[in-house]
Design a protein around this ligand. Structure first.
Ligand code: MTE
Ligand code: MO
Length: 306
């Protein structure tokens, strides 16, 4: 199957909001079933969100309240500073422990993979959250297409480095380029996505166009935007925020209300665009996706491996 250029997708194939609502009901029902199987004694011991909690944040907020330091450190800056960021043409270099290292045109890289729309809660380490209807492919199908060697244990993603196009890179806000990495089993979990769109449309530059990762059970900083390089390795890669402040940002970055950031609590999150001024909800283990991902970390001390 040939993946169509996002601009060629007819509006009839764009998922209307009612379909997102139905998919959320499905996720909610699956969560309830798993909770029943575990015989959780009380409804208070919630580990997954109900459908009410997965109402998408307005598109206007999702595209104007962004962390993307390459385009400024203010939440409102990326939308303006990335306005003219060109994402066509775009190439992605695949290297390391992989059958065929090569530089792909993004279009060819996505060819043959199935585009899906999925609504996920997006929890920033700064204790705010929103709900985003992402569009993209499963990271598992994407990674499998690249044919990593069985000995590869981690996959690393790197953002474009081009200060002439990303003005924030002229500052020392972060060590550039931004790098994130996951264990191979995390990258192959069915929830992990390579995202190329949101709200049924092409991904806006401020949200990480043309290609970014989304790992909904991890804090937002574990997602890598505007990816130009993917490397497979058997050694745990150095990652940006962990490198900057290892005591504040772990390699795993799994959402965990029981492990506070040294400077603030992670027990609750402010819902951006949540209606009530400063409305807060309880943060759930693994951001409400524990049923699907907790087994990845069985036997690990999550206070040490945070
Ligand atoms: N290259 C790059 N990727 C990045 C960031 C960044 O500053 N640069 N910020 C991260 C953080 S902290 C979050 S919360 C998410 C924000 O994604 P969004 O703008 O789509 O909400 O992107 C992550 N990926
Ligand atoms: Mo974040």
């Amino acid at each position: 199957m040939l993946i169509r250029r996002p601009d060629d997708i007819p509006s009839s194939s764009i998922t209307p909001e009612s379909v997102y609502l139905n998919r959320r009901e499905f996720v909610g029902a699956a969560g309830a079933l798993a909770m029943g199987a575990l015989a959780v004694p009380s409804a208070l011991a919630a580990t997954s969100r109900d459908r009410q909690d997965l109402k998408p944040t307005s598109e206007d907020i999702v595209t104007s309240y962004n962390n993307f330091y390459e385009f400024g450190t203010g939440k409102d800056e990326p939308k303006d500073q990335a306005e003219n960021f060109k994402t066509i043409p775009w190439t992605v270099k695949i290297e390391g422990m992989v059958k065929t290292p090569k530089t792909w045109d993004l279009q060819d890289l996505m060819t043959g993979l199935t585009i899906e729309d999925r609504v996920y809660r997006h929890r920033c380490v700064e204790a705010w959250s929103m709900v985003v209807p992402w569009r993209g492919v499963s990271m598992k199908s994407f990674v499998n297409k690249l044919e990593p060697m069985p000995s590869a244990k981690y996959v690393e993603f790197t953002t474009l480095f081009d200060p002439s196009r990303m003005p924030g890179q002229k500052t020392r806000a972060l060590p550039w380029p931004y790098v994130e990495a996951y264990r191979m089993d995390e990258a192959q979990n069915p929830l992990a996505m390579m995202v190329t769109g949101l709200y049924g449309k092409t991904l806006p530059p401020q949200n990480g166009a043309p290609l970014r990762t989304v790992m909904p059970w991890k804090y937002g900083f574990k997602g890598c935007k505007s990816i130009v390089k993917i490397r497979f390795t058997d050694k745990q890669p150095k990652t940006t925020w962990n490198d900057v402040r290892a005591d504040e940002y772990g390699f795993y970055g799994n959402v965990n209300p029981a492990v506070d950031h040294p400077r603030w609590s992670q027990a609750k999150e402010r819902v951006i665009g949540g209606g009530l001024l400063n409305s807060k909800i309880a943060t759930l283990p693994f951001n409400g996706y524990a049923d699907q991902v907790a087994s990845l970390y069985a036997g690990m001390d999550l206070r040490v491996n945070f």
